[in-house]
Design a protein. Structure first.
Length: 201
């Protein structure tokens, strides 16, 4: 019995590692090369595994894409929780919270998700798969931002300000897909944080 366990555990570890490489490769291909390039074969090659191994984990492209978006969702949630725990107190917290929200929308994960959302706009089958994930992502992003700002979201005005912050962050994320907008973005983040601090006072 002991031999069976010691054999099975490394196999499970290898399987998890292969799955993780495939998910990471999917995000990279989507973010860098776009939706059209993101096939199971291309992702398998980028991950350094055989196509058969990739299809063992994800039989279809839709399975792969959905799992990759779930992975993005979990990764961003964990990072946001860690970031919220490290935020400074007082007024500085607002600017750091806004900058952190913007960082989520300017990273490779958002660029990957954006490719899928764009494809889903004209593909009804893909849209049915993606809409529930997008809804969960939006709700979680709102909760994370409330937590980072340290505000009471039961106030309708505060709720709208949090949502405006997320819309602002998404807009900056879209601008960043075509060119490096980091210098201007830093100034805009500081200006919005100042306005938000005044409004939340």
């Amino acid at each position: 019995m002991g031999d069976i366990v010691t054999t099975r555990v490394p196999q499970q570890d290898r399987s998890r590692a292969t799955r993780q490489r495939l998910l990471d490769a999917t995000i990279e291909v989507l973010a860098v090369d776009g939706w059209a390039a993101c096939t199971v074969g291309v992702v398998a090659g980028r991950a350094g595994v055989s196509r058969g191994a990739a299809q063992h984990h994800f039989p279809t492209r839709e399975d792969l894409i959905t799992a990759a978006l779930e992975h993005v969702f979990e990764s961003l949630t964990m990072r946001a929780t860690d970031a919220a725990d490290r935020l400074p107190p007082g007024g500085e917290r607002i600017e750091v919270a806004v900058a952190t929200a913007v960082d989520f929308y300017t990273g490779p994960e958002f660029k990957a998700a954006l490719q899928v959302w764009s494809a889903a706009a004209s593909d009804d089958a893909l849209k049915k798969l993606i809409l529930p994930l997008e809804g969960r992502f939006g709700a979680a992003a709102h909760r994370r931002t409330v937590h980072m700002l340290g505000v009471d979201d039961s106030d309708p005005r505060v709720h709208r300000l949090v949502q405006a912050t997320l819309d602002f962050a998404r807009g900056l994320g879209l601008a960043d897909t075509l060119s490096d907008d980091s210098a201007r973005r830093k100034q805009v983040v500081a200006a919005w944080a100042e306005q938000l601090q005044t409004s939340l006072r």
